[in-house]
Ligand binder design. Sequence first.
Ligand code: FAD
Length: 446
Amino acid sequence: YFTTDTSQSCFCKLKGRIDDCSCNVDTVDHFNNMKIFPRLQSLLSNDYFRFYKVHLKRDCPFWTDDSRCAMRYCNVQACQEEDIPPGLKQYNHNSMNSIFGNQDMSLRFYDGNEDCEDPEADHDDELGFINTTISAAAYEEFEKWQAHDALDNFCELGDDKDAQYVDLLLNPERYTGYKGKSAHRIWNSIYKENCFRPENHYDLFIQSSQLDRMCLEKRVFYRVISGMHTSINIHLCSKYLLSDKESLIAPNGKWGPNLEEFKRRFSPMTTDNEGPHWLRNLYFLYLLELRALAKAAPYLANEEFYTGSEENDSDVRDAVKDLLSVIKSFPSHFDESSMFTGGAQARELKDEFRQHFRNISVIMDCVGCDKCKLWGKLQVQGIGTALKILFSGKFDSLSPPGLQPGQTAKSQFQLQRGEIVTLFNAFGRLSNSINELEKFRNLIRE
Ligand SMILES: Cc1cc2nc3c(=O)[nH]c(=O)nc-3n(C[C@H](O)[C@H](O)[C@H](O)COP(=O)(O)OP(=O)(O)OC[C@H]3O[C@@H](n4cnc5c(N)ncnc54)[C@H](O)[C@@H]3O)c2cc1C
């Protein structure tokens, strides 16, 4: 079915200039695989980045939750209390308690932590915390602050008192078996109801040949979503369950690349010629996030990356500065300055863009597989942070000489911890995808 020639074609159209950008695929391949990927791999294994606070139990506001995926590969393993750095515990005493108390059966089963068995104690702790330390008047103030901050956000951050910490290294993004109606309902709803569409375009999924009928901003929106979709699907192909179904209940299956699955998803023959365009959108999203990191670099260079261990935090600060200087050296960054220009109409478009993206962040609560939801939320939040950096205007004056010597970025405004964690990890996903593509290229050549 796939001769060598046709299978090569996943890649043969993946050459030349990346749409709506000024650089080439192979420039990005080389830059990522040689310079960015190894640095990020090491950086993201640090405590600051590996513990992600996320609310996985929020109700889906659009339809009733359907297939809570029963496969163990869909479950998210919560982390053990002793693994969490002291600095995070101090900051989040209240939510730490809720992690160990509010787990559903599946999490408890894998966790084996005695603390999980005593939800009542946690419940009391939580009530006590709220009643004794924060007055109703203060809460009203917080709501005002939150509403103010939320104006700039491209994601619904929501109320995270029930959020839990998840150790990302314990929960790699990989094949979960999430597919069929439930997964399609999410993608359909994203593309059909929450992406911009060319006028009179009635097909469910947007063809790349139709994209030029939309303005740059709307194309960008589509490429961002499609790039994330590509990255998710590359991950499931590169960490596919290779052992047979019986081992689904064994503790460790055998995981690795599945070339046939990759070809099915990205070859022009099986995707009505769209596969290579979807791969290009991955590169587009990579460039967009790369630019966001470059733009926020003066701010990020002043970030504390606090976990409570001065030695580790200082190593992380050095590693971040090193990564940022490499990012800065990239010769042809994405140029966001041509977007949203032109007065009232542009402002309206930006509002619409933001609203669409926020809807997509809410749709993530409807994903019927916990591990997919975990990584889906992380990536959407990371992209939302990148969009905020690029388009909220708050970071425009950051590039030197915007920041005076001795003036810390913090004195201007703050990115929340979750935004920084997701920004870097989302970029890490894309970097990993581009690196995995290289491996598939080599497998095809073999
Ligand atoms: C948020 C989210 C996270 C997920 N995470 C995981 C995971 O971690 N592990 C896992 O195994 N599965 C995951 N899935 C499921 C996975 O993405 C697929 O939906 C599933 O494998 C079924 O694939 P499919 O071949 O039916 O096509 P799908 O990937 O479901 O795509 C549906 C349709 O969208 C179009 N399409 C496909 N790719 C693109 C693209 N890049 N750009 C534009 N259009 C496209 C095609 O027309 C395709 O038929 C996740 C799904 C969602 C919604």
